[in-house]
Design a binder for this molecule. Sequence first.
Ligand code: ADP
Length: 279
Amino acid sequence: MSEECTHDCSTCGAACASRDKAQQTKEDLRVAGNPSSSVKKVIAVVSGKGGVGKSMVTSMLACAMRRRGGSVAIMDADITGPSIPKAFGVSERAMGVEEGIVPAETRSGIKLMSMNLLLDDPTDPVLWRGPIIGGVIQQFWKEVWWGDVDYLFVDMPPGTGDVPLTVFQSLPVNGIVIVTSPQELVGVIVEKAVKMAEMMGVPVLGVVENMSYFECPDCGKRHFIYGESRLEELAARHGISVTARLPIDPDIARASDAGDIEGIETNMLDAVLESIERA
Ligand code: ADP
């Protein structure tokens, strides 16, 4: 172990006892996946807090990846605030078969599992504490019959509490995408998400600044409603090379409200998709 060990194995290549222990602990806590499924890459989409558009970005990344030809699935791990099924206009209940719970399928063929597909009434609140919620997410991993999937996007619960921690420890996450808003970038909340990934030894594949600006439909001028962006500053500080910006776009809000997120096509997330493909 080097004298300046920060216990961040993601930025250090030394083979030491500390690394072995970290790796061992990580493997010990892993939950075995569904035996009838083969998931090649697990990509977690995280945010510092709720309402920044994490679910919307998860949905758009999944749609764009599907358009590129991959076999794609979404696990809605935001158990107390599930919004993925609505964005895709999916409301059928999930069914169980011998191999496990069958995920729903969206119009374009994205497999989908969410707490809302299990509730009798999707407006029922989920009044569970962290450990129970963590257990449900583990069940989504081991009991859902995902089949052959190239990219499983996990829409994470917001923040850096015990539930996101359970996901990082239980699932073989290949990388994370951080979704943030310009306001969040002013404070420390997004830094916590970046540092959590660093501490878990999971690479940050990209940072998406959502609601970054508004482009006037009449004159095309960009208005930075929340002030100039600090995205590049944050990325540079943490050695993150892939960033993307999405504007405030009434079409996106309309599409996700109407269950038509698959109708939105954009190339603004291409750099992030390429980074995911390389992961
Ligand atoms: P989170 O998952 O972070 O809680 P959501 O993805 O559910 O946030 O987004 C919150 C709301 O903001 C949704 O109604 C969504 O349609 C809207 N929204 C998100 N991003 C945009 C955007 N770029 N332009 C317009 N509306 C957006």
